[in-house]
Ligand binder design. Sequence first.
Ligand code: ZN
Length: 374
Amino acid sequence: MTKTKKLIITGAVLLCAVALLCVMLFLPSSEGRIVEEIAPPQKVSLRIRAVGDNLIHSPIYNSCKTPDGFNFDGLYENIKPYLSVADIAAINQETIFVEDVAALSGYPAFGTPPEVGESVVRAGFNLITHATNHTYDKGYNALMHTMKFWSQKDVMVLGINGSAEKQQKIDIWEKDGLKIALLNFTYGLNGYRLPADKKYLVNIIDRSEENAQLIKNAEQSADMTVVFLHFGTEYTHVPTSSQKQDVEFFTENGADVIIGTHPHVVQPVAEHICENGNKSLVFYSLGNFVSNQGGKEKILGAMADVTISKENGRTYVEKYDMLPLVTHAQDKKYSAYMLCDYTDEMAKKHTRCPNLSVEALQTLFEKIKGIEVY
Ligand SMILES: [Zn+2]
């Protein structure tokens, strides 16, 4: 081998070594790369649990009197453990809060002690749907008082608005990048009229261009849109054609999940498919949550349980269920229970529903779930 050849080979070996060193120094460590490759796609899930009408009849607030006011904790204490697993725990606050004890009243124009709201918060509810047919039972001042009450709590309130701007603002619940738009409307106000210059106070279901635009805005600003509708015909288990038309309207404009209240009885869950191909999951009615109404149809309520997930940029309803619950009334005391915690011993003592049994409630619930909507 000549001297020149030796030099060329030595040079080449040296160059290779330097190149290898450079590769080792400047490439990301293999450990780093493995972590990147095997990291699972990020998935975010949000669970919603929602109950029906919190309907505070006068026997209920009378049963919750204390020496210095009211305490409603007992109404919700047996449901509380079932709310803590949810990110969003929603309740339909059917009645409005009044400042003055003299304005308290039951059916037909309800005025409710604000202490109900204190207990609702202590139970763990953090989403209050307030657009109901009783929202304007006590007029403007009570509505403003109710809004002020909630503004001091760490909850989201839907369906009532202090200004036109607030009505147009889409409420969004965000969890780790998953955004859920939340809206609430009622079919009407029991004949009460909102002041002509304050139509924004309560969201009313009408199939108007304004509402269509509101839902479209919600759809654009979030991954999923959940709409709470206070609608339907009282004491009817089968959804009406009017409910289905409302569902069609909200779904075609972008609602993905619809949760209904108002009929005082439970109605089934169904998927709605629109003419334009849009789809939604619809809980037509969750029935009563707390009330003084009697009879097994009206003491049986339901909890909607919906898990929404976002994965790889896709958002979908991962699972859902509807769970039965019951308002127990005994010795002028009221408390809501999940049906799975309710016993025949308690059922026998129900003062608003004679000859009650757990099986009767279970059978009724299964029958309702089996009703074919379409
Ligand atoms: Zn109602």
